[in-house]
Write a new protein. Structure first.
Ligand code: GLU
Ligand code: ZN
Length: 494
């Protein structure tokens, strides 16, 4: 049974539009989306674009496009609107200014005039003395004279939140009870000296105003949680927030060498997966396993199944390892699960420029339809389709030197000549008959089918590996097959 309270669930997904979306961000979106759906709750999508220097409109567009491609939907947010609009923080600056002022008026926040140099010097001194090295509360209760003196020096203050001097304990939905003592959570900045509000302020303020009930996010944000809880309490006292949300911190995702997968790692870029032809459902299926699993340890499932089974209390707090091989294997399973028509349609981008090396007019729809079912069971990612079918649409097979050297051994010319003869008199309406022809040619030269097949495959397709050979020959057709064997024989003779 669900461990979550009966009040309507409201969760949020609130990325900053900086750079390409990465898989960690998608995993967070997925868990929030599944949690919302599972509890028939509301998913709020909010854009945290308060960092003008790092945010860009291009990243924003990419983010939306990526989320749509993945198949996510949201109940409130960009493009759909909602009762708490606007959902872009860059359009909510007046709200943050107002809240910062109210916090100061109530004595819950204050101006801090300390310069960076002063802060650094005091931190170093505290460290040397073995004392807590966070902000020391220097400006908590400045007198009017001290403030005037700082102003006379031309200092511009930041706004700092006054942490209550008390231990903060909360139950993390993934990690259980967590406790932070006061000296480890010093007063912190909420508005920059230039008046720009910081993440520390705008994120909990919006969670409060948007009535978020559950905050599910990455473990990297765990250290901000006690600060946010304290701020929440102040917002409740001011009548701005109703209730402190529950928090659940999702495990780190580890990449190569057991290092935290960073958004700068190439394998964390969502675009890369999209360009390689991962199916959204395959990628999401895999990402769901980063910290969670379906009961019965079934690895391959649909998003509907995930939604039905998803409990936040089942999320594992231990770091999850990103395993590209497993990700590909799961994707391959999802490719196999498509109906053929869907499969052929999803391959479309890789059957034309810039991926396809053949001229558009040489593409043959009938051949494609014939070969597609054979390809569907063999692809890990859709982009592999191009190399698998190019022998059908290129005037000549690709030149792959490695394959050629591997397959064309001494005696390959004799084998190819016999195979050509046999194939010429075979029944071209059945792959079985073509197989018998090559089998018989092999027997003539004392070769098993596998060995006899290799030079034929390379002569016709250019590569040692590919789709089932005899089906491929049948689809390519007798005339082209024989011509390619002739060309290979000529090349061998030269
Ligand atoms: N904008 C924050 C980030 O992308 C979200 C933090 C949160 O979920 O509280 O890291
Ligand atoms: Zn200060």
């Amino acid at each position: 049974m669900s461990s979550v309270a009966s009040a309507p669930v409201r969760v949020r997904f609130c990325p900053s539009p900086t750079g390409n979306p990465h898989v960690g961000l998608v995993r967070t979106a997925l868990f929030n989306w599944a949690f919302a759906k599972h509890h028939q709750g509301t998913l709020v999508f909010r854009i945290e674009d308060t960092d003008a220097a790092r945010d860009s409109e291009e990243s924003y567009d990419q983010l939306l496009d990526s989320l749509r491609w993945l198949g996510f939907d949201w109940d409130e947010g960009p493009e759909v609107g909602g009762p708490h609009a606007p959902y872009r923080q860059s359009q909510r600056m007046d709200i943050y200014k107002d809240v910062a002022q109210k916090l100061q008026d109530a004595g819950r926040a204050y101006h801090c005039y300390c310069s960076t140099e002063e802060l650094d010097a005091r931190r170093d001194a505290a460290r040397a003395a073995g004392k807590p090295s966070g902000y020391d509360g220097h400006c908590r209760d400045l007198s009017a004279e001290q403030v005037d003196a700082y102003k006379a020096e031309g200092r511009t203050p930041i706004v700092r939140f006054r942490m209550p001097d008390e231990t903060i304990t909360f139950i993390d939905l993934v990690r259980g009870e967590l406790t932070f003592t006061a000296e480890n959570v010093p007063d912190y900045g909420i508005v920059r000296a230039n008046g720009a509000p910081l993440y520390t302020l705008v994120n909990p303020v919006d969670d409060a105003l948007m009535e978020i009930t559950h905050v599910l996010r990455g473990e990297d944000l765990l250290s901000s949680t006690p600060r946010q809880i304290a701020l929440y309490k102040a917002l409740i006292d001011l009548g701005i927030a109703k209730e402190i949300p529950s928090f659940g911190h999702l495990p780190y995702v580890m990449g190569e060498g057991n290092k935290k997968l960073s958004k700068r790692d190439p394998e964390s870029s969502l675009n890369l997966y999209r360009e390689r032809g991962f199916l959204p459902e395959g990628l999401l299926n895999y990402l769901s396993l980063l910290g969670w699993s379906l009961s019965g340890d079934r690895d391959v499932f649909s998003m509907d199944e995930m939604v039905a089974a998803f409990e936040i209390s089942d999320v594992n707090p231990n770091p999850a390892r990103f395993d590209l091989k497993k990700c590909e294997a799961i994707n391959a399973d999802h490719i196999r699960l498509l109906d053929v028509k869907d499969f052929t349609e999803r391959c479309a981008p890789w059957l034309k420029a810039p991926f396809a090396p053949w001229a558009p007019e040489d593409f043959d729809e009938a051949k494609w339809q014939a070969v597609a079912p054979h390809a569907q069971t063999r692809l890990k990612v859709l982009s592999e389709i191009t190399d698998n079918v190019d022998f059908l649409f290129l005037a000549e097979p690709v030149e792959d030197k490695v394959s050629w050297t591997k397959a064309m051994k001494e005696g390959s010319d004799a084998l190819l000549r016999t195979a050509r003869e046999r194939l010429e008199s075979a029944d071209w309406t059945s792959p079985e008959s073509l197989k018998e022809a090559v089998l018989a040619a092999g027997e003539t030269h004392g070769l098993k089918l596998g060995k006899a097949q290799a030079p034929v495959r390379v002569a016709v397709t250019g590569r040692t590996i590919g789709l089932p050979l005899f089906e491929s020959l049948e689809i390519l057709g007798k005339e082209k097959t024989l011509a390619r064997i002739d060309a290979a024989l000529a090349k061998l003779a030269a």
